[in-house]
Design a protein around this ligand. Structure first.
Ligand code: SAH
Ligand code: SF4
Length: 404
């Protein structure tokens, strides 16, 4: 127990130093077994328990001898998101998981079930978090409002997927898609995100095809370039939100470090090098980024590109002075893009926009900010967006922790 400045005893939760078992590569597991004098064939049984079994704890893995289980438990955690609270919505079609990590940090994942429709088979898509909180601070995002807590470990990312896969397995179903659209900016935790994608892709581990994995970024240009150099690993989605720098400075504060031309340039190089279409996302905010002028700017920016735009009405989850754009306004925006040959989809219901709701439960747990803080935040956003709409660029620096 620690003692706060006010003299009250507060529980101090320290992080469990043992890495998660699912964060190990096959080679790392093999070398651990060899060092400990366990037979090499155990690697296969351990991998089966981690990646294909339904056990939530090592104690339930009856294929392994007790001595090996004890040894494993001394070095690794079997499940880093064991403390998970589930909330169902949409008549059970959406399952939100709130995961409490070993140090008490909270992150969310959202599992969405899409029943079969016509020729399209049923899908089960999981939206996962890569960080607890986020340093980028997009004002419309619940995670951005929370601020940054820490990067997730590889196993903490992967275990969100294992948790959902185990739940699906109970009904004989399999996870079909994973999207990094939950809490955090994946390209600011890129080493761990790449290790997690590797584990998800690897046939000997989770075995999900690269085309079924999407990583969304707010525009971390060096990260996009690193991905381009690595070749196609997954689908890249870029959160654009605005095609004019003054406005994007406000909506995605990272834009002050890497402006639109650099972000779109890096995304184009990625598309050219990998042959994969880039997906752009725009959260549509009434009277802010949904005007005919904004639509024309985006159409000109993306004309002729191998790209697709998802238009998502803003989900009012953070404290802003703004509301979602009305559907007819978004339809007119999409029509302007289409006239320039840029395809766009309006996401009305669930789908990728559920990322929007990620961070909401964690924000609720963090408690409502003081009314004076909320009022100041709203006044600042009204002021900043008014300047931006006049085309005046922000003089604020990029948020700390996001530059090079
Ligand atoms: N940090 C990454 C990935 C996580 S956010 C990124 O920004 O791309 C995933 C998506 O949810 C982003 O496109 C983001 O702009 C969107 N989003 C966040 N809050 C939202 C809200 N309140 N309404 C609609 N979309 C939102
Ligand atoms: Fe971070 Fe993405 Fe939210 Fe922006 S939208 S604050 S980058 S999680």
């Amino acid at each position: 127990m620690g003692t706060s400045a006010a003299g009250l005893a507060l529980p101090v939760v320290t992080r469990d130093p043992r890495p998660g078992l699912s964060g190990l590569t096959s080679a790392e597991l093999a070398s651990w077994l060899a060092d400990r004098g366990h037979p090499a064939y155990r690697a296969r049984q351990i991998a089966d328990a981690v990646w294909r079994g339904t056990a939530g704890s090592l104690d339930d893995v009856s294929t392994l001898p007790a001595a090996l289980r004890d040894d494993l438990a001394g070095s690794f955690r079997f499940d880093t998101v064991g403390d998970t609270e589930l909330r169902l919505s949409d008549g059970g079609l959406t399952e939100k998981g709130l995961h409490r990590l070993s140090d008490g940090a909270l992150v969310e994942s959202v599992l969405m079930h899409y029943p079969a429709r016509g020729a399209q088979r049923e899908r089960h898509t999981l939206c996962i978090s890569s960080q607890a909180g986020c340093a980028v601070g997009c004002p419309f995002c619940a995670t951005g409002e929370l601020g940054f807590t820490r990067d997730l470990e590889t196993a903490e990312i992967v275990d969100q997927v294992r948790h959902a896969a185990r739940r699906l397995a109970v009904d004989g179903k399999r996870l079909t898609n994973v999207v990094f659209m939950g809490m955090g900016e994946p390209l600011l935790n890129l080493d761990r995100v790449l290790a997690a994608v590797d584990a998800l892709n690897d046939r000997a581990r989770f075995g999900l095809g690269a085309r079924h994995i999407t990583v969304s970024t707010s525009g971390v240009v060096p990260g996009i370039r690193r991905l381009t150099a690595l070749g196609p690993q997954f689908t890249l989605a870029v959160s654009l939100h605005a095609a004019r720098d003054a406005l994007r400075d406000v909506l995605v504060p990272l834009n002050r470090r890497w402006p639109i031309a650099e972000v779109v340039g890096a995304a184009r190089e990625h598309a050219a090098a990998t042959g994969r279409r880039v997906t752009y996302e725009a959260t549509m905010i009434a009277g802010i980024n949904d005007t005919p002028e904004d639509a024309r700017a985006m159409a000109e920016l993306l004309r002729g590109d191998h790209a697709h735009v998802n238009l998502i009405p803003m989900n009012p989850v953070a404290h802003t002075p703004w509301t979602a754009s009305p559907v007819p306004v978004i339809e007119a925006f999409a029509a302007t893009l289409a006239a320039a040959g840029v395809t766009a989809t309006i996401r009305r219901n669930r789908g990728q926009e559920i990322g929007a709701a990620c961070g909401q439960l964690a924000a609720e747990r963090a408690g409502e900010p003081a009314p004076a803080v909320v009022a100041r935040r709203r006044a600042r956003l009204i002021d900043e967006s008014a300047h931006a709409l006049r085309g005046e660029r922000s003089h604020e620096p990029a948020p700390a922790g996001v530059g090079e």
